[in-house]
Design a protein around this ligand. Structure first.
Ligand code: CP3
Length: 355
């Protein structure tokens, strides 16, 4: 067990008292930081950076060195390492986001889909976790993560991001058996992958269901939520170490009551959801993480402070809130605006916590 210098993030996940509202940011290590861009250049490209544990450790720590008010670190990697390890051939075309050389379209390919050997095909991630954990020296907890099976399947079937999901939805409606086969296989892969991260030392795991909100209500209950539930309950059975979990469905604010049934300790909220209403609905059962619109960080200090206060007021007094953005920080964010947000959260949130 790590002795932490600062474990307010873990305490808030368990809804235990903290002196202020802890905070971290989705994509906190990324292109808005000049030091990240320099390391990425040293690596050659983004994927080579992910696959080099020394450099992945370096960029994971960059935001913590720059911003001492951050309360958590997150493994530097990508959700698409799993389908890459399943043989789909991930690449990033300049300025176009992720793509797969061999998207899953025909039945024969889908039936052949294999669970990767985590200790071999994803060893670079497991090694990065071990290195990051020792480099952190207990400063703050480390978050491990994976994509949800549904979100990974959207990339695997569509072959790229930024689509309207018509190919995978066509499969969902015409051949649900094929989609369920992809989701089942991916669920097993994700479970083993997260189990590997837990054994290597992560202190929390987060499931990113970035495209759950593209589904209909019934679709979410059939194709996304149940698979996240299986992962969370299998991890609980498999792991000797009990660590907290966070589930984040972007665009999932309408389904919070359904989400609590999956068994995570916290739910991530996107910026479209009202955090006060969310707390009324599910705050007795789970912690809530979120949910500043990342676009606010492109504006002025006064606007940032106003929105930070609105969210902290909206959640109100008591524990169980982890401040975050409603989605990843954008690459156009001026790094000094992050300081404004961090200071505002640290100063303004103390009144909501018992001294
Ligand atoms: O939060 C962190 O700091 C950890 C790192 C992290 C990255 N991706 C780094 C990254 C995490 C947790 C992710 C998760 C991820 N990746 C998600 C789920 C979260 C979300 O944003 O909804 C998704 C959907 C992906 C897939 C992905 N990776 C896309 C769509 C893109 C391109 C979009 C973009 O911002 O350019 C990536 C690339 C990516 N992943 C970058 C980073 C820092 C930018 C790559 C670069 O350096 O050029």
């Amino acid at each position: 067990m790590t002795q932490f210098k600062n474990d307010n993030f873990l305490k808030a996940l368990y809804r235990e008292p903290t002196p202020y509202t802890p905070i971290w940011m989705m994509r906190q290590a990324g292109r808005y930081l000049p030091e990240y861009r320099a390391t990425r250049q040293k690596a050659g490209d983004f994927l080579s950076l992910c696959k080099n544990p020394n450099l992945a450790t370096e960029v994971t720590l960059q935001p913590l060195d720059r911003y001492p008010l951050l309360d958590a670190s997150i493994l530097f990697s990508d959700i698409l390492t799993v389908p890459d390890a399943m043989g789909l051939g991930l690449y990033f075309a300049a300025g176009e986001g992720p793509k797969f050389q061999r998207p899953l379209r025909d039945e024969a390919d889908i039936q052949k889909l294999k669970i990767p050997d985590i200790d071999k095909d994803l060893k670079y991630v497991i090694d990065a976790v071990s290195q990051i954990k020792s480099a952190l020296q207990g400063r703050v907890p480390l978050i491990g993560f994976s994509g949800s099976p549904w979100t990974l399947a959207t990339y695997m079937v569509e072959g790229q991001g930024g689509t309207d999901f018509l190919t995978i939805k066509q499969m969902a409606y015409s051949r649900p058996d094929l989609l369920h086969h992809i989701l089942k296989t991916t669920t097993e892969a994700v479970t083993q992958y997260l189990q590997g991260q837990i054994e290597a030392g992560v202190d929390t795991i987060m499931i990113f269901d970035s495209w759950g909100g593209a589904l209909s209500h019934q679709g979410y209950l059939e194709f996304s939520l149940p698979y996240m539930k299986v992962i969370l309950s299998n991890l609980k059975m498999m792991s000797s170490k009990k660590i907290p979990s966070i589930m984040f469905t972007k665009g999932g604010g309408l389904w919070l009551e359904d989400q609590v049934t999956a068994g995570s300790d916290a739910l991530g909220l996107d910026w479209q959801t009202d955090i006060g209403i969310a707390r009324q609905k599910v705050g007795q059962k789970v912690a809530l993480q979120g949910n500043l619109d990342p676009a606010i960080l492109l504006s002025k200090p006064e606007a940032i402070e106003k929105e930070v206060k609105r969210i902290l007021d909206g959640y109100g007094a008591g524990t169980g809130h982890i401040f975050n953005l409603g989605h990843g920080i954008t690459e156009h964010t001026p790094p000094e605006n992050v300081d404004v947000m961090l200071t505002a959260v640290r100063e303004y949130s103390q009144q909501f916590h018992i001294k």
